[in-house]
Ligand binder design. Structure first.
Ligand code: FMN
Ligand code: SF4
Length: 453
């Protein structure tokens, strides 16, 4: 089932292709469930849409929100999703994925306070409610690049497949147990700041093979953070407990985690030992139960490693970014996998809401598929990633017009990812082209020059 560019003119076309390819993707023409309120912890989300975290790599050098960041969140607030799951925010300088990654610290917290207040105010003015805002807390681990173009990886274990690509040359790049211990208070500090400035919650990010995600797969690490499941999940769970204790019960503690790495044993999580493409739900389900016991009240599944050669596991696309082979898998198959993962987590999580993903490739048919997944109780909120860059008003148009405009949808062209790979400030090159097309060209040229030296 090779990949094939999106070519559905009608819902019938999509349904026929789903049937032909025998994938388990459902559709539903009653959109009423999309406007259903969702209880998240002790807070109420105004509808069943969430903007997924989408990093713009465009904060100020000190981590505070720049004009572009403020613009992005205002567009999202106008768009009408009940939950804005805000992008990756580093908890320590050395764990930033780029030098303009968001990073809230005590000296810039007032700028974050303004960002949250203005976003919520605009949401209220545009749609009659304040969106919930959850901030994603991260340490980029293997993919840390806190200064300029130089990779400075900090890894939990050596990995013969990924080390060379990430610039890991020897064991000195492996972080110590003491270093990992020292991160717990940093996550707590960031969570307390987030609470102080008005966010509704924080996400302890453990996806996309950043530090806490790779740690879940650190079978070969020795000591208290490696080997057994108990050790590999220790840091994530201890951070969740420490944050929960510090922030109290009325603040959302979430986790977006990788349920499946598509990476071979002993370096991947959620994969069968003898076949990295086969999902083994044993540990992910155990992890959900442990996270619940530690006080998590919102989850989102993701999967795969966007920095490696199978990014379709994370985000199905039509055109790949440079250096990425065309997947030998149809996009509907990749989407089916992501939907299945959300349903596995939702089943294990019970009443705790799960934000699903994998929707953007479906373009104007997102509400049909989202409504069907909500109806089946496979997920509690429909998460929009690239769609939020391309078409932030999608939820609003669905509520007001009962339809998305096919001329505004994300076309899954990977150009926003290409900007990230070129170390630039990113957004939608196609639908927000006035700002991002010139930037995309500039960063491509600079990267080509840098690489030719
Ligand atoms: C440019 C870009 C930036 C992203 N930034 C983040 C991020 O900060 N945190 C995160 O968890 N996922 C991030 N993602 C992944 C998305 O949230 C989402 O999981 C993925 O794009 C699949 O959803 P979609 O099909 O709706 O786009 C990013 C993806 C892209 C393309
Ligand atoms: S550049 Fe725009 S259209 Fe292309 S994948 Fe990114 S969000 Fe979608």
């Amino acid at each position: 089932m090779a990949s094939n560019k999106f070519n559905y003119k009608s819902l019938e076309d999509l349904k026929n292709d789903i049937a032909k390819r025998k994938v388990n993707i459902k559709t539903c023409e009653d959109f009423s469930l999309l406007s259903k309120k969702v209880k998240i912890g002790n807070k109420i989300c105004a509808n069943s849409f969430a903007n997924l975290p989408m990093e713009g790599c465009d904060s100020a050098r000190d981590g505070s929100p720049s004009e572009l960041v403020i613009r992005r969140y205002k567009r999202l607030a106008h768009g009408g999703a009940g939950l804005i799951w805000c992008e990756a925010n580093a908890v320590v300088e050395e764990g930033r994925a780029n030098e303009l990654q968001m990073m809230m610290i005590s000296s810039n917290k007032d700028q974050f306070k303004k960002l949250v207040a203005e976003t919520k105010e605009l949401g209220m003015k545009s749609n009659g409610f304040e969106p919930l805002m959850v901030l994603q807390l991260t340490h980029s681990g293997r993919y840390s690049r806190p200064v300029g173009h130089e990779a400075r990886p900090l890894v939990p274990q050596r990995d013969p497949i990924l080390d060379e690509r990430a610039g890991v040359k020897d064991d000195s790049f492996v972080v110590s147990d003491e270093y990992l211990d020292s991160l717990i208070p940093m996550y707590v500090q960031s969570a307390l700041l987030a609470k102080e400035v008005g966010f509704d919650g924080v996400d302890i990010k453990a996806c996309h093979r950043y530090l806490l995600s790779e740690l879940l797969a650190s079978h070969t690490r020795s000591g208290k953070y490696g080997g057994s499941f108990e050790n590999r999940s220790r840091l994530l769970l201890d951070i969740i407990s420490a944050v929960r204790e510090a922030v109290g019960k009325d603040f959302i503690v979430a986790s977006r985690f990788n349920i499946f790495d598509a990476h071979p044993y002993p370096y991947g999580f959620g994969c069968k030992k003898d076949d990295m493409w086969s999902f083994d739900e044993t540990e992910p389900i155990r992890l959900v139960k442990e996270m619940k016991a530690r006080g998590v009240d919102l989850l989102s599944n993701s999967a795969g490693n966007p920095y490696y050669i199978y990014p379709q596991v994370t985000r199905p696309f039509d055109i790949s970014s440079m250096g990425i082979p065309t997947p030998n898998e149809h996009q509907l198959k990749s989407i089916e996998r992501l939907f299945y993962f959300s349903s596995v987590i939702q089943k294990a999580a019970g009443e705790i809401p799960v934000v699903g993903n994998g929707y953007s490739w479906l373009r104007q048919f997102i509400p049909y598929v989202g409504a069907a997944n909500l109806k089946a109780k496979d997920v509690s909120l429909i998460g929009l990633g690239r769609c939020s860059f391309a078409y932030p008003d999608a939820p609003r148009d669905i509520f007001n017009n009962n339809a998305m405009d096919p001329k505004k949808v994300c076309i899954a062209c990977s150009k926003c990812t290409q900007i990230m790979r070129d170390h630039g400030k990113t957004g939608c090159v196609i639908r927000d082209s006035e700002i991002y097309l010139p930037l995309a060209k500039k960063y491509r040229k600079e990267t080509a020059e840098r690489e030719s030296k």
